[in-house]
Design a protein around this ligand. Structure first.
Ligand code: GDP
Ligand code: MG
Length: 295
């Protein structure tokens, strides 16, 4: 029998785009759930990943970042992030080692203060600076808020992550498990499939395409031999559709092949993937479309 009390609760992972939130969530869970790419603003939805051990059930919400509201898409992102903060037991604020605190992190701290949620600060990417440069960063942050802990980590190589998880665990309330032991996430598989497709779009296309792209899985059918997946890729302009399809369909074909292979690994089953590129003008500025596409 476990001697320690069982702890259960929600951790909102907050921080600017690109600080390494998805990388950390993936490292803790040990499986590629959140998508990780070198471009900022990849994660739009709150990805809920569940870390379960005999004494712990920690629900991690990878927030899309507390961005300054600019246009309907960002306003909706922002609302999602604030909601995640409000519904959490602990906030994990992630930053990178810079002594000048970014405006958006000051703003995040304001929200954290106003909600009174206990917060742990992780200074990520410590592998990118000399150790003596960490202390001034820790001091700068300790001046703006009474964090429960300030812990330097590297989500990439795993340094400090165990200590961080222990600190977060201590701040969670006691209680029985909320989810079955083998649940990795309570989000539908469809969502992960659409994220895998979006990841390939981000990696394979140029600057202006990714942020005007929404992927919606319309069909997910488990046939005896394989899973049939039909997904719509919504872009805003004809010119974007042309880029996505490529010369003689070369781009969409390449994209579809790599995405299918990744989905097959994720589902551990053969997949037939059909992609349809659709022009939906101004979807990123339209509330009904944002809702329809799951943002
Ligand atoms: P997010 O936008 O906050 O979710 O950031 P991501 O997890 O997508 O990471 C953004 C980029 O930073 C990716 O290229 C990661 O490989 C990289 N990264 C994340 N954590 C670390 C780290 O600890 N050290 C280094 N050097 N790079 C990292
Ligand atoms: Mg992310």
């Amino acid at each position: 029998m476990a001697s320690e009390a069982h702890r259960v609760g929600f951790v909102a992972v907050a921080g600017r785009p690109n600080v390494g939130k998805s990388t950390l969530v993936n490292r803790i869970i040990g499986s590629q759930l959140a998508i990780v790419t070198p471009k900022p603003q990849t994660t739009r939805n709150c990805i809920t990943a569940i870390y379960t051990t005999p004494n712990l059930q920690m629900v991690l919400q990878d927030t899309p970042g507390l961005l300054k509201a600019k246009g309907a898409l960002n306003t909706s992102l922002m609302a999602t992030a604030v909601k995640a903060l409000e519904n959490s037991d602990v906030v994990l604020l992630m930053v990178t080692p810079a002594e000048t605190i970014h405006q958006q992190h000051l703003h995040a701290v304001d929200i954290i203060k106003s909600r009174g949620v206990p917060t742990v600060l992780a200074i990520n990417k410590m592998d990118t600076v000399a150790p003596e440069r960490l202390l001034p960063v820790m001091e700068a942050y300790s001046k703006i808020h009474r964090f429960e802990h300030i812990i330097p980590i590297s989500a990439l190589d795993g340094t400090g992550v165990e200590e961080l998880v222990a600190a977060l665990t201590d701040l969670l309330p006691q209680g029985p498990p909320l989810f079955a032991e083998d649940d990795l996430s309570d989000l539908p598989v469809r969502f992960f499939v659409s994220e895998i497709i979006r990841e390939q779009i981000i990696l394979m296309t140029g600057e202006e395409i990714p942020y005007k792209t929404a992927v919606v899985v319309e069909t997910f059918r488990e046939d005896p031999l394989r899973v049939l997946i039909q997904a719509d890729i919504h872009v805003e302009k004809d010119s974007q559709k042309k880029i996505l399809i490529g010369k003689g369909g070369s781009m969409i074909k390449k994209l579809g092949t790599v995405a299918r292979e990744k989905i097959e690994t994720f589902l551990a089953r053969p997949v037939r993937l059909e992609l349809f590129v659709k022009v939906t003008p101004n979807w990123s500025k339209s509330k009904p479309h944002l809702k329809e596409f799951g943002y």
